[in-house]
Design a protein around this ligand. Structure first.
Ligand SMILES: Cc1cc2nc3c(=O)[nH]c(=O)nc-3n(C[C@H](O)[C@H](O)[C@H](O)COP(=O)(O)OP(=O)(O)OC[C@H]3O[C@@H](n4cnc5c(N)ncnc54)[C@H](O)[C@@H]3O)c2cc1C
Length: 408
């Protein structure tokens, strides 16, 4: 059977694949474009993203600041963000009738609060622009012959002048890219929460406060809101740590972290403040009133852990108890004994080596007319809408490059 011929074939019907296809079709209306999707369903990750609400992007409008959210890809994305940024994303969706709203922490969602709005938009746009979308087409082979790409699936064979690989963290596609000469950094999970069994936090699920968290014996430290959960710790401070430490922590189930519950105070300041409280509140019981603005139950738990019972008064505190409380507040050690996936969002760190990609066009430096966007690259971000922004930016620039010269 003759192979089906297209100008552009996009492998992968996810966020990066659709965004590229739609932009390419708008930039070159005559180009014949086809999306090949392995699964029965399209855009499955978009559907479940952001707890079903799809955290499309983040309200951070300076390219350099934005790149700071990418443990892998920070340097490489700086240029691309100067061409297509969060502001462009907002405008792109708004222009197509999908306004986004900003939440207090900067995350941006469709006003509808539903990821279906994004999916509907992508599917309608693909139809309007005559993009062929074929599901149940797992690409099995990819090779270049006489200047054209040959793409093989179990059902049909295809040819195209240009191919975009947007298959996310799919290991089989990484193998195919290796066969084409690419280097692939092995995938490991990023964005996970910590399992901790510890009397100090056992009865405090739901308590949240700002903290600095450090992995002991590693140069890994982050700050931000920390949420105590039924199984341990989560919240931005922990998720950031898991993203920045994805590789270091990948083969470690057990490790120790140090939590500073009072990021605004140095150990000396904590100690001085405790001395002042001892003097001024001599007759009161430390357990009764939370200090330093800490949530009361957390304060009580840390006081308890310092060997200071409910009956003890400030005046009774001895040197050792004060020292222990200073430590508990400023550098409490917790044993992590496992990781849990973060239900709202999880990503894989790893993918095509970034040195092998031209970040002006997202074209492979190894194979001409092969483009790569989204999670297939060794780029990933902390939680907050940054992973999709990588898919939108890469997709847009790849679309531009694929339609600039020879196609249509
Ligand atoms: C639960 C969850 C929630 C998330 N929430 C958010 C969020 O709110 N905000 C955010 O920024 N990020 C979020 N992320 C991360 C985000 O979903 C990904 O970074 C993003 O989807 C990557 O897009 P992609 O197009 O590169 O890959 P994907 O979305 O994974 O798409 C790849 C597609 O390629 C297909 N494919 C794979 N191999 C083949 C093949 N051989 N042939 C044909 N097709 C193939 C796959 O079936 C898939 O449809 C979330 C992730 C998860 C798991």
């Amino acid at each position: 059977m003759e192979p089906l011929s297209y100008d552009i074939i996009i492998i992968g019907g996810g966020a990066a694949g659709f965004f590229t296809a739609i932009n390419a079709a708008e930039m070159a209306p005559e180009a014949r474009i086809c999306i090949l999707e392995r699964g029965k369903e399209l855009l499955t990750k978009v559907r479940i993203s952001g707890g079903g609400r799809c955290n499309v992007t983040h309200a951070e409008f300076l390219p350099k600041e934005l790149t700071r959210n990418y443990p892998r890809g920070e340097k490489e994305l700086r240029g691309p963000f100067h061409s297509f940024m969060t502001g462009d994303t907002i405008e792109w969706f708004e222009k197509r009738g999908v306004p986004l709203k900003i939440e207090e922490d900067g995350r941006m969602f469709p006003e509808s609060n539903s990821s279906e709005t994004i999916i509907d938009l992508f599917l309608e746009e693909s139809k309007r622009l005559n993009i062929e979308v074929l599901t149940k087409r797992a690409v099995q082979g990819l090779k270049q012959k006489d200047g054209r790409w040959e793409v093989t699936t179990l059902q049909e064979n295809f040819t195209a002048e240009k191919v975009l690989v947007a298959t996310g963290s799919n290991p089989k596609m990484w193998e195919m890219l290796k066969d084409l000469g690419h280097t692939v950094v092995p995938g490991v999970p990023s964005l996970f929460t910590f399992k901790i069994t510890d009397a100090r936090i056992k009865d405090l699920p739901g308590v949240a406060t700002d903290a600095v968290v450090r992995v002991k014996r590693e140069k890994l430290e982050t700050s931000g809101p920390l949420l105590i959960t039924h199984w341990g710790m989560s919240g931005p401070a922990i998720l950031k740590l898991s993203a920045w430490g994805a590789r270091e922590l990948s083969d470690r189930k057990n490790f120790e972290i140090e939590v500073n519950w009072l990021p605004e105070f140095s150990p000396e300041e904590i100690s001085e403040e405790l001395q002042r409280l001892k003097k001024e509140n001599a007759k009161q019981h430390p357990q009764n009133y939370a200090q330093f603005g800490l949530p009361k139950r957390l304060w009580q738990s840390l006081v308890n852990a310092s060997g200071i019972g409910a009956e003890v008064r400030w005046a009774d505190l001895n040197k050792q108890q004060l020292e222990e409380l200073t430590n508990q507040l400023g550098c409490g050690t917790f044993q992590v004994h496992g990781k849990s996936t973060f239900k709202e969002e999880f990503v894989t760190a790893g993918g095509v080596e970034l040195k092998e990609v031209n970040f002006k066009t997202f074209e492979s430096k190894v194979c001409k007319n092969l483009f790569l966007a989204g999670e297939v690259l060794n780029i990933d971000a902390i939680t907050g809408g940054f992973n999709f922004q990588n898919a939108w930016t890469g997709g847009f620039l790849a679309a531009k490059a694929m339609t600039t010269d020879s196609v249509a």
